[in-house]
Design a protein around this ligand. Sequence first.
Ligand code: SME
Length: 161
Amino acid sequence: METQRPKDAQQPDFSALLLRVEEILGGAGPLVDRLAALCSLLRGAAPHYDWVGFYLVESPGWLALGPFCGAPTGHVHIPFGLGVCGQAAQRAETLVVQDIARESNYLACSVEVRAEIVVPLLREGEVLGELDIDSHRLAPFTPADRAFLETVAARVARLMT
Ligand code: SME
């Protein structure tokens, strides 16, 4: 069961955010630039989104770091199955880790990170990449976060060739 944020925490306005997401993704320019703008939007959208980035499938069974916003990470290439990112890619499903201390198959990026959500970018069941968000808070992700981020990921996947 997913842990809820405390009641005093502010819920982002997901409807307004989704409009901005559509604007960014519908804009001109290379997709990689639009994904970078999306990372920036999402990072500023919620206080518990501390690192926002995309991993893209660069060759079968391998993820490569794409646009991101937040601290640099050493995890640039990740094989399917390894870490939270690799597990989400292997299973082709969203993974929500509310406490990374309880996850043994985890690749640490920074000592500040406490929780992580990884949402695959799917086209007809095929994993094209994923949206990854790290949080410095413990158990920060709500079902509403997950639903919103899955909608964003679906929009992004639609644009990928
Ligand atoms: N923590 C991830 C690695 C990627 S960083 O969070 C940016 C993992 O366990 O796969």
